[in-house]
Design a protein around this ligand. Structure first.
Ligand code: AP5
Length: 210
């Protein structure tokens, strides 16, 4: 089963991908996580990637497409994968076809702009693993600490109000057109109300997959 999770920044793609990964033993491929990882090193490419992440703009297609295609050709993706954060524009969607990547279903997490601001401002992450929490909706067992490692949780640099605004703008301009693209394609498409509590969103996704 190869899935795409689509949705506005903060819609809950990463949260739901974590559930689906555990439930179906799928590889969880988050381009945001891959890029954050790349950005930590001290190379010219890392510096370039960091500039895009910090400004809320999309990393250029020529960088991300190659990374993604390489990632989904890794062994753990052979039994199926979840794409969280890819594709984000038409060129990226077409690149999946070009690379003969089969997609079984697209799940679109629908949410309003008002809602995502509160979700992202309350988000705390464990940088090393990418595990994500929310101070109200999904708090860690110990305040400010990752449940598994006990390490410090931090706020993502791109969860600042001015960067959130930019990311939303980019979403509407570049990513939203993908909804029409996939609705008109042969690929199964489900729209899920992502404003509901996490468990309800998960059960709606599982229903769509059954
Ligand atoms: P990326 O990391 O992909 O960020 P995003 O798409 O903006 O999505 P988020 O990770 O912010 O949100 P999410 O939908 O995963 O929500 P989450 O589950 O965490 O991308 C970051 C950057 O990388 C981009 O801006 C771009 O620069 C670059 N990039 C990435 N992919 C790229 C690509 N393909 N091409 C070019 N550039 C690319 O949930 C959010 C919060 O809400 C959490 O705190 C969570 O606990 C909480 N929450 C989740 N669900 C619920 C719920 N149902 N009820 C209440 N709270 C909830």
């Amino acid at each position: 089963m190869n899935l795409i999770l689509l949705g506005m920044p903060g819609a809950g793609k990463g949260t739901q991908a974590e559930h689906l990964q555990k439930k179906f033993s799928l590889a969880n491929v988050s381009t945001g996580a891959i890029l954050r990882d790349v950005s930590k090193s001290n190379t010219p490419q890392a510096k370039k990637v960091r500039q895009f992440l910090d400004s809320g703009k999309l990393v250029p297609n020529e960088i991300i497409i190659e990374m993604l295609v390489k990632r989904i050709n890794e062994k753990d993706c052979a039994n199926g994968f979840i794409l969280d954060g890819f594709p984000r524009n038409l060129e990226q969607a077409i690149s999946l076809d070009d690379a003969s990547v089969n997609i079984d279903r697209v799940i679109f997490l629908r949410i309003s702009e008002d809602e995502i601001v509160s979700r992202m401002s309350g988000r705390r992450v464990h940088l090393a693993s990418g595990r994500s929490y929310h101070v109200i909706h999904n708090p860690p067992k110990i305040d400010g600490k990752d449940d598994i490692t006990g390490e410090e949780l931090v706020q993502r640099d791109d969860d600042k109000p001015e960067v959130i605004k930019k990311r939303v703008e980019v979403y509407f301009r570049e990513t939203e057109p993908l909804l029409k693209f996939y609705k008109n394609s042969q690929i199964n498409f489900n729209e899920i109300d992502a404003s509901k509590p996490m468990k309800i969103v998960t059960s709606k996704i599982l229903k769509a997959l059954s």
